[in-house]
Ligand binder design. Structure first.
Ligand code: PMV
Length: 313
């Protein structure tokens, strides 16, 4: 069986996180400068069914059978073999390496699922469509996150900027001008499932406060789509700032995120906001031409544990 290597990018959400869980539109872009790589190598000397999982980052090696039932690796492999009706895998070593920080809103869990599903199906001789891979990755995300909107797996599987609404076809966006983003990590972990459930509790307790905030976030994502495609950067930046203010009112920002947002704006960003579930994790800032390095350096000087520049085409 020929060896296979696949890579999934990271992602950031430019507009609409949290509101997207309630059916509003959102916009996400892939971050190809970070990613998760999965390699599949046959082990002809070993009995079939023996699958080794090697984590290159931690140097840990496990047998697939020894992983807990809810392990995202196991679930990704199980949904793929069930879909392909494969009852026993050939002896294989699966190696995983990732530069996507975990629990930080950059798509590490969706990237793992997407790479395992795409890679394993290719390794077994099946060329699945993006739609099929995405449906399977969504199953994995549901087991991990409870009630995900599906935006993370979609942007990572399609590897293009997307306009996303639950239960609607995915719209890939063709940008007329490239977009320069700076993404910076507070270093504070953020657990998506917990923050999504806090928002749900708040919404149930005070719908008259939180429903209008989510509605307005949805309207901003809708308005931003055209400006993003046209490359109206000043307008996109203003909408990013409005989105951040609403996320703060939703209760999902935190001191560390607010500080990095302020730093990015002081350093010349056209807009900056938290990205992903919030309460930690990363911010994303929109850089005007020639300013990305200065914004990144200011973020690193002000405590970001990682900052990267991404050119989105
Ligand atoms: O997984 P994260 O932290 O990037 O958050 C995803 C965005 C949310 O809207 C908060 C959740 C979802 O499922 O859409």
């Amino acid at each position: 069986m020929p060896a296979i290597r696949v890579k999934s990018p990271g992602k950031t959400i430019l507009f609409g996180e949290h509101a997207v869980v309630y059916g509003h539109p959102a916009i996400a872009v892939p971050l190809p400068s970070i990613g998760l790589q999965a390699s599949f190598l046959g082990l002809p000397d070993q009995p079939s069914g023996t699958v080794h999982i090697r984590n290159i980052n931690t140097q840990q090696e496990d047998l697939l059978d020894s992983l807990p039932a809810e392990s995202p690796i196991k679930v990704s492999i199980d949904v793929t073999t069930d879909f392909l009706k494969i009852s026993r895998l050939p002896a294989t070593e699966i190696s995983l390496s990732s530069s996507i920080p975990i629990a930080s809103g950059l798509g590490s869990s969706a990237a793992l699922a997407a790479a395992l599903i795409r890679g394993l199906s290719l390794y077994l001789g099946f060329q699945l469509s993006n739609q099929q891979i995405n449906e399977l990755a969504f199953e994995v995300e549901k087991i991990q996150h409870g009630t995900p909107s599906g935006i993370d797996n979609s942007v990572i599987v399609y590897q293009q900027p997307i306009y996303y609404m639950k239960d609607h076809p995915i719209e890939c966006l063709i940008l007329e001008k490239p977009l320069t983003l700076v993404v910076a990590d507070t270093g504070k972990p953020s657990i998506t499932k917990e923050v999504v459930s806090e928002v749900r509790d708040r919404l149930q307790a005070q719908p008259y406060v939180y429903t209008p905030i989510l509605d307005q976030i949805g309207r901003i994502a809708k308005a931003a789509k055209r400006d993003l495609i046209k490359g109206n950067l000043v307008r996109v930046g203003a909408l990013i700032n409005e989105n951040q203010e609403l996320l703060r009112r939703l209760g999902v920002s935190c001191l560390e995120l607010d500080l990095l947002v302020a730093t990015a704006l002081d350093a010349g960003a056209l807009g900056a906001k938290l990205c992903g579930s919030g309460k930690g994790g990363n911010i994303v800032a929109l850089a005007p031409e020639g300013k990305a390095e200065a914004i990144r350096d200011a973020l690193l000087a002000d405590g970001a544990v990682m900052a990267l520049i991404a050119e989105i085409k």
